[in-house]
Design a protein around this ligand. Structure first.
Ligand code: ATP
Ligand code: MG
Length: 407
């Protein structure tokens, strides 16, 4: 791509995480290209190209299943200096959509290590800002004045945490310093963007480090306020252990190439608020299954004010929570039905984590492990006092004999 643009008479550079990760010997997640060609000119060079974005147009060039983003150099001029850039709202950038030169493009980037340009002309890396040195030293340093840069875009604080977690870099003191107080600015970031960032923080293979650093800089409270309140209120150790185990588990699965779903992850992150609200409602006389249902709804409603988790995830999250009560009360016949429930597997994995964290008995988790192995829960009465509760109400006889192959 770089050659094609160059041969068409344009400047073209690889920039951002692609250059950074290649220099670190890591596999880049994606590649970003910048050029002095306008998006329309880029489209003229590539057939497999689509222009996206309304205000600031970007070119997406498709190669099979891969998409490479090609942006035109942008400038970040002083606020109010041009009519095109009516961009300020409490110092937050609303748009940065003025085309510029490479020298101007550098300055709008976040960290020095993200502002390196690979030049196809002579295979050199262009470094205007000391990014190579910071890369060598493992330092994340914002370009410009940190307060200002966080005010322009508070997500940069989350990006600092994410890169520090992922690359094992340390955040430069001057950039670290304002994070605790500037964290409040995250309230002004659209919840949809915080959802995207949350996925990157927790599904990038270093969820544990991300979580710890977010808590350290008091940023976790900005995006998961209710969870943070619950975790700070130390009644037992298990709530924090539970979240940590959940993050560990996610990281391990990712490193083994196993699939992870955001639903499970968010179900873990919000479990403690759900558990507490449920307990309150039950104490007020509500039946357990109703209480957990209502608590789940309330916790989700509160959370999506901050991080807009789409319904395709909140639905399974709530199913996972609802299953917990049923898993805690395995009756012989009910268990068989539960084994076939659509979210059984996720609910069971969730129960295992709770057991690991010491919130429920390991025995209960083991019982369900055996129940699946045998798929004969009716004949697994090993769990004392749980599987063999006396039945109340009607008893039904099965009319049909059980088929043996119903797994
Ligand atoms: P990765 O793709 O591995 O998550 P990345 O650094 O490539 O990391 P992207 O979100 O793909 O991150 O962004 C590409 C580049 O765009 C960054 O390296 C940075 O130069 C610039 N950039 C992205 N987001 C911001 C931001 N919020 N403020 C300033 N510059 C940004
Ligand atoms: Mg990238």
């Amino acid at each position: 791509m770089l050659y094609r643009l160059k041969n068409a008479g344009f400047q073209a550079y690889l920039v951002g995480g692609g250059v950074r990760d290649l220099l670190l010997g890591r596999e880049p997640k994606d590649f970003d290209v910048v050029t002095n060609a306008s998006p329309e000119q880029v489209r003229g060079v590539f057939r497999n190209c689509r222009l996206i974005g309304r205000r600031f147009r970007l070119a997406h060039v498709h190669f099979g299943s891969e998409i490479i983003e090609v942006a035109t150099f942008r400038s970040m001029q002083d606020v109010g200096s041009t009519a095109e850039r009516s961009s300020e709202h409490n110092g937050m950038l609303l748009r940065d959509n003025v085309y510029g030169t490479i020298e101007e493009d550098v300055l709008r980037r976040d960290f020095t290590v993200n502002a390196l340009y690979y030049n196809i002309d002579d295979f050199s890396v262009i470094d205007y800002v000391g990014g190579l040195q910071d890369l060598e030293q493992g330092t994340l340093r914002l370009l410009g004045e940190p307060h200002t840069r966080y005010r322009e875009d508070p997500v940069r604080m989350l990006r600092a945490v994410r890169f520090a977690a992922k690359l094992g870099f340390k955040i430069d003191q001057a950039c670290e310093h304002p994070m605790r107080e500037s964290g409040a600015l995250l309230a002004g970031v659209p919840a949809a963007r915080l959802f995207d960032e949350s996925l990157k923080l927790f599904m990038g293979g270093t969820a544990v480090q991300s979580f710890e650093k977010l808590r350290h800089y008091d940023l976790f409270s900005r995006i998961f306020p209710e969870t943070d309140r619950c975790l700070s209120y130390q009644e037992h150790e298990f709530p924090i252990t539970f979240v940590m185990k959940g993050m560990e588990n996610t990281d391990i699965r990712i490193s083994e190439g196993k699939p992870v779903t955001p639903a499970f992850l968010f179900a873990v992150l919000l479990w403690e608020p759900v558990r507490r609200r449920t307990a309150l409602l039950v104490a007020g006389g509500m039946p357990m299954s109703l209480a957990i249902h209502q608590a789940g709804g309330e916790v989700v409603a509160g959370q999506i004010q901050h991080v807009s988790i789409p319904r395709r995830y909140t639905m399974p999250m709530r199913e996972i929570w609802n299953l917990q009560h049923r898993l805690e009360n395995p009756g012989a016949k009910r268990s068989r039905r539960l084994l076939a429930a659509p979210r059984f597997r996720a609910g069971y994995d969730f129960l295992l984590l709770r057991a690991l964290a010491g919130e429920v008995d390991q025995e209960l988790a083991d019982w369900w492990t055996r129940a699946q192995e045998n798929n004969e829960p009716a004949r697994s009465p090993e769990l004392p006092g749980v599987g063999d509760k006396p039945r109340r109400g009607r008893r039904r006889r099965r009319k049909r004999p059980e088929s043996s192959g119903d797994r």
